[in-house]
Design a protein around this ligand. Sequence first.
Ligand SMILES: N[C@H](CCC(=O)O)C(=O)O
Length: 286
Amino acid sequence: MISSSQFEGNLYDFSQEPQRAPIGIFDSGVGGLTVLRQLYRQLPNESIIYFGDTARLPYGIRSQAEILQFVREILTWMQQQQVKMVIMACNTSSALALEIVREEFPMPILGLILPGARAAVQQGKRIGVIATPATAKSNAYKRAIIEINPDVQVWQVSCPEFVPLIEQNRIHDPYTVEVARSYLEPLVQQQIDTLVYGCTHYPHLAPVLRSLLSTSVKLIDPAVHVVATCAKELDLLGLKNTYPALPTRFIVSGCPRQFAESSAQWLGFTPMAEVVCLSNTVVSSN
Ligand SMILES: N[C@H](CCC(=O)O)C(=O)O
């Protein structure tokens, strides 16, 4: 196992050329790959550090205190890696921790809720949100959507089984289709016109979900929109990289082989994943 201190002798010092510093993104597991995919599409020159907290997933059944502790540990480590910006590629962290930790760290930190809510109200008036239990319970999407447009209606469904099924690579199991059907049923009943993926893992289920919904229902992937926001922020801050990107670093807290194997189908290549033990890092005391 590689301890975090071994990363401190970083090969690169970005202080003279901050635009060349990487963007840090994190999730509990493979969900953040849906955000990574958008970064590759929209910002191909950016170097990226991907952190998957696979030893502690799923996040969606955790308390706010646990999520806050994990997020602070990850951000402290990201700061040590000299990232120029962080995207929380995890709705649960965005819903439960973003507003609190944003003030505690020097780098800009972006979350998924606001970009996802903005995109949803541009598309529809009867909006369904599927999310982890913690995100659904937080009401973060509902609040953000209603704040932008009080005239739309929002229904949220908590989907506790999705993340374990996706992480176990059971996307095409008949059981997964039945679970998806039962989660979508109340939203179909309400005749939603728009469905928000309120968890970054869920776009991996797109073929299953699409097959269960009328073609008129628009699917909103907040990953597309948070990366568009990231591009604007980088421009505003003069931090957009114009040099070729460095290879993406993949870091996990659990088993790197397992992460590499399940990521390959979405990345199109098998990543070399490193392990970091976050409990070795100094945790922000705020
Ligand atoms: N993919 C994350 C975390 C899911 C989980 O670990 O439960 C999210 O968007 O919420």
